[in-house]
Design a protein around this ligand. Sequence first.
Ligand SMILES: [Zn+2]
Length: 204
Amino acid sequence: MVAAMSDKNALVIDAQGVCSAVRQVPSPNCDVRPNENVPDMVVIHNIHLPPGEPGTMAFSGDAIERLFTNCLDIDAHECFAELSNLRVSAHFLIRRDGEIVQFVPCNLRAWHAGVSSWQGRERCNDFSIGIELEGSDFVPFEAIQYVQLNLLLNALQARYPIAHVVGHSEIAPGRKTDPGPFFVWENLMSSVLELRQTGYISRS
Ligand SMILES: [Zn+2]
C-alpha cells in the first residue's frame, strides 16, 4: 500500500525517528549510534534484488526486505546464498511504485554505508540516515520515487539538522557506484540542492 502522501505535510518523523505513516519492517541489523550522534547526513543508495543484467532486472518481490531482515530464501536465486551472510539494512526503502518502507528508526544506526568517509569523518553510518531507492545504475528511477524521496527528505529535515545529502558513491568512491548515473540530483527539492551547492561538495 502506498500511504497517502500527496499532502506535503503527510510525513512526520517522531522523536524516536519513526515515520509511522509508512510500513514498518523492523530489521535487526542496527545498533545504537555511538557518542549519541544526531544524524546530520542522508546517504542515497540504489538496490535491486535479485541481481540482474540491464534489461532483465525484476523490480518485484520481497527479496530486499528479506535481505534487510536476514530472511533471504537462499533457494530462490543462485546469488542469495552469498548475500545471506550479509548483515545490512537501511533506514528506508522507496520502491518502484513509490511505497516507502522503514526498517530502522532514524535514531538508531542502520548498516548501509560500510567503509566510508566524508569530509574527514569516517564511518558514515554513525551519523547518517540511509535511503535505498529500488533501482539500478542502468535504468532511470520512477518519477514517483523522486516525489516520495522529497517528502521523506522534507520530513527528515524537520526532525534532524541535515547538512549533507550525498550519494553512496560520494562517501565510498571506487568501492560503490550508487545511486548511479541515472539518479537525477536536480529532481531533489531546492533546499537540498542548495545544501549541495553551498556544501563544498563535488559530485563524483
Ligand atoms: Zn549503496
